[in-house]
Design a protein around this ligand. Structure first.
Ligand code: TXA
Ligand code: MG
Length: 308
């Protein structure tokens, strides 16, 4: 495991060209990247995260037109890309038969999720490479996504040869919104994320169908999570939003002035920090379900669900 500076792009490229894995910052969360053309490298990504082979991995490009060789473009996809790329959106499209991207990314299906991250470090990295990067979030499967190099280090500590490109804390802090346009007449939202459904529908002029997409790996801290709390006990850790309630053993505030963008950016890091304390459980104050707040609530609800 090695952390390198954001300026060290030459070394980062070398790692990737020689078939290694590189964790890198994006606008949303850190990605665990590797050569998307190589079956061997993509297999290594799945193994490092302990990810189910049935859960597809999206692929990062430096621009939308670079994805033309790999997926069937339709006009809704073009519109989405025009409005939101580079940005916190993943678009799922039919994969082209002659695409060089490893089929392992599609996890047995015939589609590919594509993404153009809005982060200058990620973009210059992608521009320098002559292959796209298969890149799931850089965390062990079923753990929280990571928003700093240090969190990647902690979550993937068993991944010996991993190199981490340190780009500081990710701007948005919540994963990309996933829209499935593989059937153009049925645009579906597969995952709520940093761009709200309202914004997509408004800017693109079409409605998204709610898909009950159950992600394989939910965002689970080790401690129990209780959401929408109005009171806390002495042994609890509190994740506050706005004016904090009193009485908890530990307290971190997602945003003391109730700013949802700031809350999203802090969410995973603060959950990780509270999870590392000796508190009995993590209690989260109510967060309004508007804009990016919808995605925050979605993540918290999934984290709060008991395993069965
Ligand atoms: O913001 C993000 O999307 C981050 C950064 C690193 O790019 N990536 C990320 O990757 O969150 P991951 O693998 O943790 O979550 C991507 C989700 C998975 O739940 C997967 O099921 C879904 O995208 N996905 C990827 N390709 C897909 C496909 N072809 N069809 C349906 N779902 C797909
Ligand atoms: Mg993930």
């Amino acid at each position: 495991m090695k952390i390198i500076k954001a300026g060290d792009l030459n070394f980062a490229c070398e790692v990737l060209r020689s078939g290694g894995l590189l964790a890198f910052p994006t606008d949303t969360v850190y990605g665990l990247g590797g050569d998307a053309y190589s079956d061997e490298v993509v297999t290594k990504i799945f193994q490092s995260k302990n990810r189910s082979p049935f859960n597809p991995v999206s692929v990062c490009y430096p621009s939308f037109c670079k994805a033309y060789l790999d997926v069937e473009i339709n006009s809704k996809a073009k519109l989405l890309a025009e409005k939101f790329f580079p940005g916190a959106l993943t678009v799922v499209l039919k994969k082209k038969i002659n695409s060089k991207v490893s089929w392992i990314c599609s996890a047995g299906g015939d589609t590919l999720g594509i993404r153009v991250p809005n982060n200058p470090i990620a973009l210059s990295l992608l521009e320098r490479l002559d292959f796209p990067l298969a890149a799931p979030s850089a965390n062990a499967s079923s753990e929280l996504s990571t928003t700093t190099a240090q969190s990647v280090c902690e979550s993937l500590k068993s991944c010996e040869n991993l190199v981490i490109l340190d780009g500081g804390i990710c701007n948005l802090g919540i994963e990309s919104t996933i829209v499935d346009l593989s059937v153009e007449s049925k645009p579906k939202i597969l995952r709520r994320g940093a761009i709200s459904q309202e914004e997509i529908e408004e800017k693109c002029g079409f409605k998204l169908i709610e898909a009950n997409h159950s992600e394989f790996s939910h965002y689970k801290p080790k401690k129990p999570i209780i959401i929408n709390v109005h009171q806390v006990g002495k042994k609890d850790a509190l994740l506050a939003f706005g004016d904090p309630i009193f009485g908890a053993k530990y307290c971190l505030n997602l945003s003391s002035n109730s700013n949802l963008t700031e809350a999203a950016k802090n969410l995973f890091l603060m959950l990780r920090k509270l999870d590392a304390t000796d508190a009995e459980k993590i209690c989260v104050m109510p967060i309004p379900k508007i804009g990016i707040g919808t995605a925050i609530n979605d993540k918290l609800e999934k984290a709060a669900q008991k395993d069965n």
